[in-house]
Design a protein around this ligand. Structure first.
Ligand SMILES: NC(=O)c1ccc[n+]([C@@H]2O[C@H](COP(=O)([O-])OP(=O)(O)OC[C@H]3O[C@@H](n4cnc5c(N)ncnc54)[C@H](OP(=O)(O)O)[C@@H]3O)[C@@H](O)[C@H]2O)c1
Length: 240
């Protein structure tokens, strides 16, 4: 971390891996803008991190709400004039039980895409002018190996179709944004936190949220010679 505090925005920061990423970035000295769709949950999380000493602030941000997204960008512009780190962490899985491709409901597909894909694009595009003003902008798209065809091909894992397809779209968006931003100081990477016990999987993961957040923070604090347009895990880069 440089002497000047980095300005960071984490979506879905009120709980789970996003909260732990916010906590870690706060400990590194970043200004932590904690996006949450619910005011009470967001403010409660901010209070906890502020009591721990972080420079944390609540940002009303439902990633599916264009008015929230625009207002968040305006506020960050007015207050800081730039954004150094965007962690697109907010995500949902609505398939309970997990649905095979032949059985997935269009409603589940649309709902998942609205948050995991459209929300990510809306937030990224609103924040990009601010990230371009950073000396070293970093965009972290929180994804999953479940969205990498090469990883899933031939697998006997139960399909979670809407979720997998949404994360495949996140992976492709990562490549497209990285290509578009090549030659700038903004790096764009996807990452997977691993299989983490959080509400998204009803607590069945094997890692803690703090462990899962490490790769998000590593991607958010990459040096100037770090990669762009790759998929990062705790064990290194995974081919698309
Ligand atoms: N846990 C895993 O094993 C695992 C593995 C791979 C990838 N991931 C990814 O990691 C990210 C974080 O997930 P998690 O495991 O920490 O799950 P989580 O505990 O369920 O947290 C998800 C967060 O996203 C927020 N969110 C959902 N919809 C939103 C919206 N429309 N606008 C803003 N925020 C919204 C939630 O807010 P509310 O509290 O208001 O619902 C919550 O803060 C997700 O992108 C997920 O796909 C998780």
């Amino acid at each position: 971390m440089t002497a000047i505090a980095k300005i960071s925005l984490i979506t879905g920061a009120n709980k789970g891996i996003g909260l732990e990423a916010a906590r870690s970035l706060g400990r590194l000295g970043a200004v932590v803008l904690m996006g949450a769709r619910d005011g009470a949950r967001g403010e409660a999380a901010v209070k906890v991190l502020r009591e721990e000493g972080a420079d944390a602030h609540f940002v009303q941000l439902d990633v599916t709400d264009v008015a929230d997204v625009a207002a968040a960008a305006r506020r960050i512009d007015k207050t800081y004039g730039r954004l150094d780190i965007l962690v697109n962490n907010a995500g949902i899985n609505v398939e309970w039980p997990a649905a095979k491709a032949s059985e997935v409901s269009l409603e589940a597909l649309r709902t998942t895409f609205e948050t995991n894909v459209c929300g990510l694009v809306a937030v990224t595009n609103a924040m990009l002018p601010l990230l371009r003003r950073s000396p070293e902008g970093r965009i972290v798209n929180v994804s999953s190996e479940m969205g990498i065809p090469a990883w899933l091909a031939g697998s006997e894992m139960p399909a979670i179709t809407g979720y997998s397809v949404s994360k495949a779209a996140v992976n492709m968006l990562t490549v497209l944004y990285a290509n578009e931003l090549r030659g700038t100081t903004v790096k764009v990477n996807a990452c997977s936190p691993g299989f983490v016990a959080t509400d998204i999987n009803r607590g069945v993961g094997v890692l803690t949220a703090e462990q899962g957040a490490r790769v998000e923070v590593a991607a958010a604090t990459l040096d100037a010679d770090g990669p762009s347009g790759v998929f990062l895990t705790a064990d290194g880069t995974v081919p698309w």
